[in-house]
Design a protein around this ligand. Structure first.
Ligand SMILES: *[C@@H]1O[C@H](CO)[C@@H](O)[C@H](O)[C@H]1NC(C)=O
Length: 401
């Protein structure tokens, strides 16, 4: 289902938690979310910072978007909550943020998340942000921060679990949020924001003495709490989008275009800085390895593509084990003081390892298998190791050099 690198920080803990909960007789299922918000300051907004070359900067606040995240749902009666909030509860076993010094995410009622009832215990604001945070991008320039773009749709898609009695994917997004882009979904978001604002207002301490505490997380400024504003690209009236021309295979050059569409009856003159950098699974950026500058002029309603190519030799040294590359374009249109930003995350595909069974497998008889792996690179590779294991077949891992 998911390919997890042993090196990735992620969410192994959910496997143990679901086993333990099921042993205790508590119905439990595993939930996967693409992309998952990780809002560390409890304002339901994931802030991203760029410099004027289009490079995404390391985030001081550690707000990040993980390309996926996995947690558990457990079925519980919630006598501590008003009626209607029992049923599936989010339990997130991955240590991410502490509640009053303890790592203990949940149980948070799925129904409360859907309705934006973020004041209901436990850790509901954090769980809400995983599926419904907005991403806000900022340009950091000359010591100032300028708002670039507010994205309400990246976080919380294809929320999935396994179907009962089959291996099919069961989409449960609708149990976590109203339809993306619907009025109801925005209203719930604003309601959740409002509740957090009220909780933060000076007044009696809202925490409880329970070891599970939902004390609101600290907030360093109220800047991000204002209501959504127009996106700069709405002002500039140019739509920008990256499109891949081929599947991005490891070892090959990456061919893509920047598609620019002029949505206005005016002439447009764009100047854009393009940049590519590797990302880790948790969204942390590494140094840029590719840059370009695009000058694009557009007649009214005109559409143009700007071709781009990142050579294998340009990215090979800079990949992380997560094989994620983020490309971005940031710039301006001559007649507007607003900035415009677009980005895309590319996941490189690795060649598969094929295992072919040669002959018939019978008990206590040797069996030959053939393992096929082809080198995707245009250069020879040396010192390769293939590790094989099979439960009950080998005494220990077999390493083939
Ligand atoms: C592009 O980056 C350069 C610095 O490399 C900067 O001087 C320039 O203003 C940037 N252009 C835009 C349109 O932001």
């Amino acid at each position: 289902m998911l390919s997890l690198d042993p090196g990735s920080p992620a969410c192994w803990c959910f496997l143990c938690l679901s086993a333990v909960m099921r042993c205790l007789g508590i119905p439990t299922r595993v939930i996967t979310n693409f992309d998952s918000g990780h809002d560390t300051d409890g304002n339901l907004i994931i802030d991203e910072y760029y410099d004027n070359t289009g490079r995404i900067l390391e985030n001081m606040k550690k707000d990040t978007v993980w390309n996926f995240h996995v947690w558990n749902e457990c079925w519980m009666v919630r006598k501590d909550l008003p009626p209607g909030y029992g049923g599936w509860q989010v339990l997130d076993a991955t240590p991410q943020e502490t509640s009053n010094g303890l790592y203990c995410c949940g149980p948070a009622s799925v129904k409360a998340i859907k309705e934006g009832e973020v004041d209901l215990n436990y850790d509901t604001p954090f769980a809400f942000s995983m599926v419904n945070a907005d991403c806000m991008s900022w340009l950091v320039y000359g010591g100032k921060e300028q708002k670039l773009h507010r994205d309400t749709a990246t976080v919380g898609n294809f929320i999935s679990t396994k179907s009962i009695q089959s291996d099919e994917r069961d989409d449960v997004t609708e149990s976590y949020k109203y339809e993306e882009g619907s009025l109801q979904e925005r209203q719930v978001f604003l309601k959740a924001l409002q509740k957090l604002k009220t909780e933060r207002a000076p007044g009696p301490h809202q925490g409880d003495s329970n070891s599970f505490s939902s004390a609101p997380r600290r907030q360093d400024s109220s800047r991000s709490l204002d209501t959504p504003s127009l996106r700069p690209s709405d002002v500039i009236q140019v739509s920008l989008k990256f499109e891949l021309l081929d599947p991005p295979n490891m070892g090959q050059d990456i061919n893509f275009v920047l598609l620019a569409v002029n949505l206005s009856p005016q002439f447009k003159d764009l100047k854009l800085n393009l940049s590519a950098q590797s990302l880790l699974h948790d969204g942390s950026p590494l140094a840029p390895f590719w840059q370009d500058v695009a000058f694009i002029t557009l007649f009214p309603e005109e559409e143009k593509t700007y071709p781009c190519k990142i050579l294998y030799s340009q990215y090979s040294q800079y990949l992380s084990t997560d094989k994620l590359i983020r490309i971005s374009a940031l710039g301006e249109e001559k007649s507007s003081p607003e900035k415009i930003l677009v980005n895309k995350i590319i996941t490189l595909t690795f060649p598969r390892i094929m295992i072919n069974v040669l002959g018939v497998a019978s008990v206590n008889q040797p069996l030959t298998v053939q393992v096929v792996f082809s080198n995707p690179l245009s250069e020879p590779v040396e010192d390769c190791v293939l590790t094989l294991e099979g439960s009950g077949l080998f005494k220990k891992q077999q390493r083939v050099l």
